[in-house]
Design a binder for this molecule. Structure first.
Ligand code: SF4
Length: 744
């Protein structure tokens, strides 16, 4: 008889509660996976990805043992042999060039894995303590503009209001497609149901996007916009709000906003008529959007990936929030509200190297192209040249953690060619992918169903406050370490201990004590401020990720503050397998949420204002012609689920979407294989002719590997200047017949 386990889906920010049938020992095979109707957060919602968790668990290609590469061949080895190989390749680099010759690449799945998310900070922090410089992640491909704007305006890189979906009467969505993502930096189960509810109660959903996405198709209105020009559109909306007398004082923001008049002054050149050509949005539509926003009783703006992955990602994200403030939408019911996360996360702490009152960027620069750091990272497109360019400071060693940058990074070909030149490469990964295949050693972790799980970061973006925990649905194997233990062992190696000799338990104590000590030393407002760190650590239960989860819950908003008051502990949460509901979004949290030096929303910053002339130059730039954008599908998650047959069956989704007029111009028909090229490279894909694209823009899915990888087309050197995020939307391209028609 199968046993049904409650599991938090770890595959996206929706954090759905699932019911997973597991057959008894010894097979523990996975049966049906359904949405858990009793889950207090998701109430039975799930998407196709959630049902594929069993496939991920049972996938025969998932690594159960470490793998060592010898030439082009990979061999399974024991853990002892794996540690010996790590030591063999890594130690000479550390001994000769030190940790400065090493970097870490942090993949996106890290944020969705309890063990990796809680302990990646140990690996990076301890590496930096002994001289490691910048590290890398896909954040510089898809989200740094939001983090930068959050840090500057609200004082924390993860601190940002989210749209109050359940009460807004006008939601303006820019560059986001929750029908595929299920919400990004916006956690809301059944997000499309919530958008439908806005319309059902008489409100409107307006989607600004170059493509009539599945989200736009269900919206009140789709406003096509040329990729990379959202900032022009938003400046014109702001200018219209000001010029047409649509702005008024908002009592709830009195004394809590600085710099609004100065930003409005910057909008002056961006008239609706001036931006109409570059954006493709008629001046009348710009004006109507502004008037509709002003007339709405509870407007909210939400922007995401498409607005971050473009040349002006930071200005666009900034203006979304400026307009939110100007309308009085921020911190107003139905507008843009600050969630109350149920759990504290180490990620909420200001990193120790951020020493000023605000958030600094550009404190050091990359060796080869001189790119400024942003939050300790360089654009990931710098990684290849830092490996291949000779000279002092060359990167000789790389640790990748649950990532596939050889596919997911713009300029992917250069990185794929650079990786074999490393003296030491270690991948912590459950699969041999295009990146980990190049590693000297691959160290696998457990399957998602073999691990406990709880989220922390995503409650920072949630439309309700809840807390949930799930124990492993399948007993974890006892013959291999967990991922947090692997990370601590690698961290110990960076500190100088032979990797096989690292005392993982002591490292865990060291790291946990360090986090608690930092909390105890922090300024007021922190529940542990002034407390004795030893006593605080002693009050925690367990060890490893569970101890850090206990810490997060207990110092969170509903926690017991380690015994200082009545409140939640991890043990309490464990007793509620369907989760604990803690309340909805509420207005009035702004003053408490702000972490800026002035205690206001600081709208004006040099890094952002100094980028406005570049935008003005864009206003006068000649039309680039056909441009390329990327897209994602509900059944994929960037580069990490495209190998799962259950999610890829059916018609080929890796097609180039193209408007009929552009297809005629290019001489191609629906189903033809076309050659799409940019100055970075070219590849062949089938074309799907559809008016869901606006004319002049084509779209290719990202995350597909090998010869269909869109990052073979995306140059790595076009970046959003303030954040260093690489522009992958709006890449000038050409499309030509490749001379092949696919059989249907
Ligand atoms: S929406 Fe899908 S992938 Fe996301 S948490 Fe829910 S079931 Fe998992």
């Amino acid at each position: 008889m199968p046993t049904t386990h409650r599991v938090i889906c770890p595959l996206c920010e929706a954090m759905c509660g699932l019911r997973v049938e597991v057959r008894d020992a010894p097979t523990y095979t996975i049966g049906r996976i359904t949405g858990d109707p009793d889950d207090v957060w998701s109430r039975g919602h799930l998407c196709p990805k959630g049902t594929a968790l069993g496939h991920l668990h049972e996938d025969p290609s998932r690594l159960r043992r470490p793998v060592v590469r010898r030439g082009d061949r990979h061999h399974e080895v024991s853990w002892d042999d794996a540690w010996a190989e790590v030591e063999r390749v890594l130690r000479p680099v550390l001994d000769t060039d030190g940790a400065a010759a090493l970097t870490v690449y942090v993949g996106n799945p890290v944020a969705h894995n309890l063990a990796l998310a809680r302990y990646i900070g140990a690996l990076i922090g301890m590496g930096q303590a002994v001289g490691m410089g910048a590290y890398y992640s896909p954040a510089t491909v898809d989200q740094w503009p939001l983090n930068l704007v959050s840090a500057k305006l609200y004082g924390g890189m993860w601190n940002s209001p989210v749209p109050d979906l359940d009460h807004t009467d006008l939601l303006l969505v820019l560059g986001a497609n929750p029908a595929a993502s299920q919400g990004s930096m916006l956690s809301a189960p059944d997000v499309m149901g919530r958008l439908a509810a806005i319309r059902e109660r008489g409100g409107s959903v307006v989607v600004v996007d170059p493509r009539r996405t599945p989200t736009a198709a269900k919206a009140t209105e789709w406003v096509p916009v040329r990729p990379g020009t959202d900032a022009l559109l938003l400046f014109a909306v702001l200018r219209t709000l000001a010029h047409d007398g649509l702005l008024r004082e908002h009592a709830h923001l009195a004394g809590l906003v600085a710099g609004l008049a100065e930003v409005i002054a910057l909008a002056e050149p961006f008239t609706p008529e001036a931006v109409a050509g570059p954006t493709g949005v008629p001046a009348a539509t710009v004006r109507r959007l502004a008037h509709d926003l002003a007339a709405a009783s509870a407007p909210a703006l939400y922007s995401r990936i498409g607005t971050c992955t473009q040349e002006f990602g930071s200005l666009t994200t900034w203006l979304v929030h400026v307009i939110g403030v100007a309308l009085g939408a921020v911190d107003r019911s139905g507008g843009m509200l600050f969630p109350e996360p149920s759990s504290w996360s180490p990620m909420f702490m200001k990193p120790p190297d951020q020493t000023g009152p605000g958030w600094e960027t550009g404190r050091f620069r990359s060796r080869v192209r001189g790119a400024p750091e942003v939050f300790g990272q360089y654009p990931v497109s710098c990684l290849a040249e830092e490996i291949t360019t000779p000279g002092e400071g060359r990167l000789r060693a790389l640790i990748t953690v649950a990532g596939n940058p050889a596919v997911s990074s713009p300029g992917a070909r250069a990185l794929a060619e650079a990786l074999p030149g490393l003296d030491a490469m270690v991948s912590v990964d459950n699969w041999l992918n295009e990146t980990s295949r190049q590693a000297h050693v691959v160290l696998p972790g457990l399957s998602p169903l073999e691990q406990p799980h709880t989220d922390d970061l995503y409650w920072m973006y949630a439309v309700r406050s809840c807390v949930k925990w799930t124990d492993p649905a399948v007993p974890p194997p006892t013959d291999r370490p967990e991922e947090w233990q692997v990370l601590l062992r690698l961290a110990g190696a960076l500190l100088g201990t032979p990797v096989a000799d690292v005392d993982v338990a002591s490292m865990d104590d060291l790291y946990t004590h360090g986090l608690v000590q930092a909390l105890c030393a922090a300024a007021g407002g922190n529940p542990l401020a002034g407390r004795d760190p030893d006593q605080a650590v002693a009050a925690l239960r367990g060890h490893g990720p569970e101890r850090l989860a206990d810490l997060g819950i207990r110092v969170g908003a509903w926690g017991d503050q380690l015994g200082a008051r009545e409140g939640l502990t991890l043990d309490d949460v464990r007793r509620h397998p369907d989760g604990i509901e803690l309340g909805g979004l509420e207005a009035g949290r702004l003053a408490a949420a702000l972490e800026t030096p002035s205690g206001t929303i600081e709208l004006l910053h040099d890094e952002l204002v100094s980028d406005v002339p570049r935008l003005l130059e864009r206003l006068g730039r000649p039309d680039p012609g056909l441009v390329l954008t990327s897209r994602r599908h509900l059944r994929s998650n960037n580069s990490w689920l495209n190998h799962v047959p259950a999610l890829t069956r059916g018609p080929d989704r890796c097609t180039l979407l193209m408007h009929p007029e552009d297809a005629v111009r290019a001489g191609v028909s629906d189903g033809d294989v076309v050659c799409v090229g940019t100055r970075e490279g070219e590849l062949s894909v089938p074309v799907a002719v559809s008016d869901e694209m606006m004319p002049g823009v084509v779209s290719l899915p990202h995350g597909w590997a090998e010869q269909r990888n869109s990052n073979l087309l995306n140059p790595g050197d076009v970046v959003d200047v303030p954040s260093g995020t690489i522009a992958v939307n709006g890449v000038p391209c050409r499309v030509e017949p490749a001379g092949v028609t696919l059989a249907t």
